[in-house]
Design a protein around this ligand. Structure first.
Ligand code: FAD
Length: 446
């Protein structure tokens, strides 16, 4: 049996490839086991938030990603008939980040860029067509059994990064639960060529409507756009295709006929909010969709996964190369799980509910709240700065603050961006006190 004194990465999606890249550059021996023959072309992630863009720069990938990507300086919110009712301008973060924009590019292209960089590393071996079927561990090694074209192979390794996606075999083999919920809606992701700019659409648009809600974003520099919309989960794929022209006539500006656009890709997805019960079990660590999965409205899934990859590789490098205590791995596991449960999942849930809200009173309230953010750049900055939480920040309730203050903070933190913003409008004094308290406690931490 082959023995690797290094790390096996199970799953060569973007999170696994990034983990391999950082480990490989630090001189760690890495084998990536990927069941597919190459990077998957299926239409999935397209939008990446400023902290994720900053991470791509730290990975040394941003220049190459930008060659094909486009970036959006704003997020636009529209009603179902296409009318614009609010714009959030990333430029409010000019002084907070070097990347005050949303980067747009299909995740398959991002993965291909990572693969190119990995090919320069002799200590990283990507094995396509290798499906992991079972894993076992003892105190010294993890043994992995893999099905490949020639039959079965076995490898034992010191550490495993489980990045094999939402249906993770590794997570299942470890007996970890994937708790949460599945949404009723089915999401249809399409890549199409259509001239949205001609109809006044900017590069990133959220269309709010109880039925014809949609996300419309430009995908790259080739004129390809992503349109994501909701469909009945009970109808067949053939029926999804049959209904598409009628749905597009309502959703796309200009109510086009099928001869006015070209569909490049279409894929339906079920949507979930789920999180693994643990992100570390012995010598195996989970990251990306294997660890947590969210609905994609607002682009937080891979945006968080990229940061998981960076934190996981950093922790493993510390243990393998610098003999750090294995507690850094527990810290990785606890902190990334907290980021998902406290920020990513509630924010994405609010985004999705917001977009398809059917109660007219709540819709009016949401519209007013977004319009107030457009009108007040301080509120806008606060909303957009929230995405920095993807990095993981010290939790104020952990700090030495008065008990009452920390309870208020815990309560407010657990609420979505939507509720926080409404609260700020309704209770400006409470909000000022809350902000002052959080800022003070963060200073104490430093
Ligand atoms: C329609 C849609 C739109 C999205 N839009 C966004 C967005 O705009 N922004 C954003 O941040 N996120 C978005 N997401 C989420 C994003 O796609 C995921 O978070 C991302 O793919 C997670 O990457 P990953 O590497 O963890 O998992 P995956 O991309 O799922 O990769 C897992 C890999 O593991 C392999 N694998 C699985 N099982 C095995 C096995 N047993 N052995 C070996 N290999 C295995 C798979 O073949 C796959 O290559 C979107 C998702 C969808 C569905």
């Amino acid at each position: 049996m082959e023995t690797l004194e290094g790390v096996v990465v199970v799953g060569g999606g973007p999170v696994g490839l990034l983990t391999a890249l950082k480990l490989g550059r630090a001189g760690v021996k890495v084998v990536v086991l990927e069941s597919e023959p190459s990077v998957s072309p299926s239409p999935r992630a397209v939008a990446y938030m400023p902290p994720t863009v900053a991470a791509l720069e730290r990975f040394g990938l941003l220049d190459d990603v930008r060659k094909r990507a486009v970036w959006s300086p704003e997020i636009n919110y529209r009603h179902g008939d296409g009318t614009l009712f609010s714009t959030l301008d990333w430029g409010v973060l000019d002084e907070d980040t070097e990347h005050p924009y949303m980067l747009l590019l299909g995740q398959n292209h991002v993965s291909n860029v990572i693969v190119e960089h990995l090919q320069a590393l002799p200590n990283v071996d990507i094995r396509w067509n290798h499906r992991v079927e079972s894993i076992k561990q003892d105190t010294a090694y993890v043994t992995i059994e893999t099905r490949m074209p020639g039959g079965l192979s076995r490898i034992r390794t010191r550490w495993v990064a489980a990045t094999d996606g939402a249906r993770s075999t590794v997570r299942e083999q470890l007996g970890l639960t994937f708790d949460g919920t599945t949404w009723d809606e089915r999401l249809v992701a399409t890549n199409i060529f259509y001239d949205f700019s001609f109809h006044g659409y900017s590069r990133a648009n959220f269309v709010h409507d109880p039925v014809d809600w949609a996300v419309v974003v430009q995908l790259d520099q080739s004129g390809l756009w992503r349109v994501c919309y909701g469909e009945d989960p009970d109808i067949s794929m053939d029926e999804v295709r049959r209904r598409m022209p009628e749905r597009f006539r309502k959703i796309l500006p200009g109510a086009p006929n099928p001869d006015q656009y070209r569909v490049d890709h279409i894929n339906p997805y079920r949507v979930h909010q789920r999180c693994a019960s643990e992100f570390r079990r012995g010598r195996v660590l989970l990251a990306g969709d294997a660890a947590h999965i969210t609905n994609p409205i607002g682009g937080l899934g891979l945006s968080g996964g990229v940061l998981d990859a960076e934190h996981l590789a950093t922790a493993l490098i510390a243990v393998i190369k610098e003999s750090a205590s294995k507690r850094v791995l527990d810290k990785y596991a606890a902190e990334r799980r907290r980021v998902f449960l406290d920020f990513t999942s509630p924010t994405a849930t609010a985004n999705f509910n917001w977009m398809k809200e059917s109660d007219p009173a709540k819709r009016a309230q949401d519209t007013a709240m977004l319009q107030s953010a457009t009108a007040d750049r301080a509120v806008m900055r606060e909303m957009l700065l929230n995405f920095e939480k993807l990095n993981g920040v010290p939790r104020p309730s952990r700090l030495c603050a008065p008990e009452v203050g920390s309870n208020i903070r815990k309560f407010v933190e657990s609420m979505s961006v939507r509720v926080m913003t409404s609260l700020r409008r309704l209770k400006p004094n409470f909000w000022k006190t809350f902000r002052a308290e959080s800022l003070n406690t963060q200073v104490v931490l430093k």
